[in-house]
Design a protein around this ligand. Structure first.
Ligand code: PFF
Length: 461
């Protein structure tokens, strides 16, 4: 058995990892992004493809990241380099680590701006701005926010400051403590919202939209978007789980731990859908509204329900927390790299990386106002900078990272090495995992890539 230790220390227990990884997984991806892309892609059939991607591709890749992370016990770049050398393979594999570090920084540059919206909505809710507001007022509130670069910038700055603050202090204390208490509260509040959605008289419409598959609504691009969302929501494909895996206790069973995180993440996304779509239909809104969807639906519910100010404030506050624990996962690989490989103090590394991401975020901030006309047309869509970064990271960089990680774990690492990590703590299912990670995950990812580049049309397969 290989005994290596991380210089950052370990999670205090298996539960510490589960909470941190769930904290990274559950975020804006579940509550903001999942509903709006489901809305844009026609509902049930998309959800089905997404669930298949989560189980057949997402779970095996998450396990692979944990296996590699714990074996290497370093930041993703260091881990990939060490393991490839150990297996006598090309050290060029370390570029998978670099790809992950860069992807995490790019994602955080827009993620932080959207998290800023949730900060702004927390304040709006406290001030009673949602009380009895109709769809037009709520819509105007959202477009007003996007139209003001300075307001967006201020919230983005605050959110990046919060992220740097926690990461500078070291991951374990702040993080473990925050997620332990706040995640369960978020779950309860989501249930309250689902309960409210049941009273709208349009609940079943929401259920049908989410769960009745109409395959005629499924476009080829939807496969790519579903796969990208599976990666994004589980925080895989960019080394975050690999970095967290580096702090896993020696005897933690990897497969059931990964399954717990995946189940928690999926539950939150589906609950968010059940809370939001009935409201969309009850208020005659368009489910394909796009990134503003939750910001234009949920305030309506809070504005009408008894105790809406309290529930609304709590909800947006918890969304801030969910985004915060995810942001930490996005920045940790880059910070861990500077600390380990450049011997930089954690505080300075967090500031340097956080500052660069903050600057990158300007592109997103301006793409909603002063640069909104700066677009690139691909096919029949015009992409702003925000759309471009979002599309590139979720639909290309994460699946590519996932493909390379799956190939590395399934084909480059020897069976003995992966089995050694997998079997600790008596995990079962090694053969199934190996099959998925060697064949199913790479095949699914390759097909989707070929589809993107237009070489194959999945609809004709
Ligand atoms: N999983 C997060 C979400 O669903 O909001 C986003 C994310 C966090 C992606 C951390 C990647 C990551 F490393």
């Amino acid at each position: 058995m290989l005994k290596r230790v991380s210089i950052h220390g370990n999670w205090s227990s298996r539960m510490g990892f589960v909470l941190a990884a769930t904290g990274a997984a559950v975020g804006l991806g579940n509550i903001w992004k999942f509903p709006y892309i489901t809305g844009e892609n026609g509902g049930g059939a998309f959800v089905l493809v997404y669930l298949a991607c989560v189980v057949a591709v997402g779970l095996p890749v998450m396990i692979a990241e944990m296996v590699l992370g714990r074996r290497g016990r370093r930041n993703p770049i260091g881990t990939m380099k060490l393991l490839s050398e150990e297996e006598s393979r090309s050290s060029a594999w370390r570029f998978v680590g670099w790809l992950g570090v860069a992807t995490g920084m790019l994602i955080l540059s827009y993620y932080s701006v959207v998290a800023g919206w949730t900060l702004s909505y927390t304040v709006e809710s406290i001030s009673g701005a949602f009380r009895d507001a109709g769809p037009e007022e709520v819509g105007a509130m959202f477009s007003g926010l996007l139209a003001s670069p300075l307001t967006l910038l201020a919230w983005h700055t605050l959110f990046m400051g919060m992220t740097v603050f926690v990461v500078a202090r070291g991951v374990q204390h702040g993080l473990e403590a925050a997620v332990r208490y706040l995640m369960p509260v978020l779950l309860v509040l989501l249930l309250v919202l689902v309960g409210y959605a049941m009273t709208t008289g349009h609940f079943m419409e929401g259920v049908h939209f989410l769960f009745d598959p109409d395959f005629s609504k499924l476009t080829p691009a939807a496969f790519m978007i579903a796969l990208g969302q599976a990666f994004f929501t589980l925080s895989i494909g960019m080394g975050a789980i690999m970095a967290y895996g580096a702090y896993l206790p020696e005897d933690t069973a990897i497969a059931p731990t990964a399954a717990t995180v995946v189940a928690a993440d999926t539950t939150v996304a589906l609950l968010a859908g059940l809370a939001i779509f009935p409201l969309v239909f009850a208020n005659g809104l368009n489910p394909g509204e796009g990134p503003g969807l939750i910001f234009q639906t949920l305030p309506l519910a809070f504005g009408m329900m008894p105790g809406g100010v309290v529930f609304g404030t709590l909800f947006f506050l918890l969304l801030v927390v969910a985004a915060w624990t995810s942001a930490i996962g996005l920045i940790e690989p880059a910070v861990a790299y500077l600390v380990e490989s450049r011997s930089m103090p954690r505080r300075r590394a967090a500031l340097l990386i956080g500052g660069s991401i903050w600057l990158l975020g300007f592109a997103t901030v301006f793409s909603f106002n002063v640069w909104s006309d700066l677009t690139v047309s691909i096919g029949d869509r015009a992409f702003t900078m925000f759309d471009g970064v979002e599309f590139f990271t979720s639909n290309i960089a994460l699946p590519l990272g996932g493909l390379l990680i799956a190939v590395f774990a399934g084909w480059v690492m020897s069976k003995g090495s992966t089995l050694d990590e997998f079997e600790r703590g008596a995990s079962t299912g090694y053969a199934t995992w190996r099959l998925l990670v060697r064949w199913v995950a790479p095949a699914a990812l390759l097909i989707v890539f070929l589809q993107v580049t237009g070489l194959v049309d999945i609809t004709n397969l």
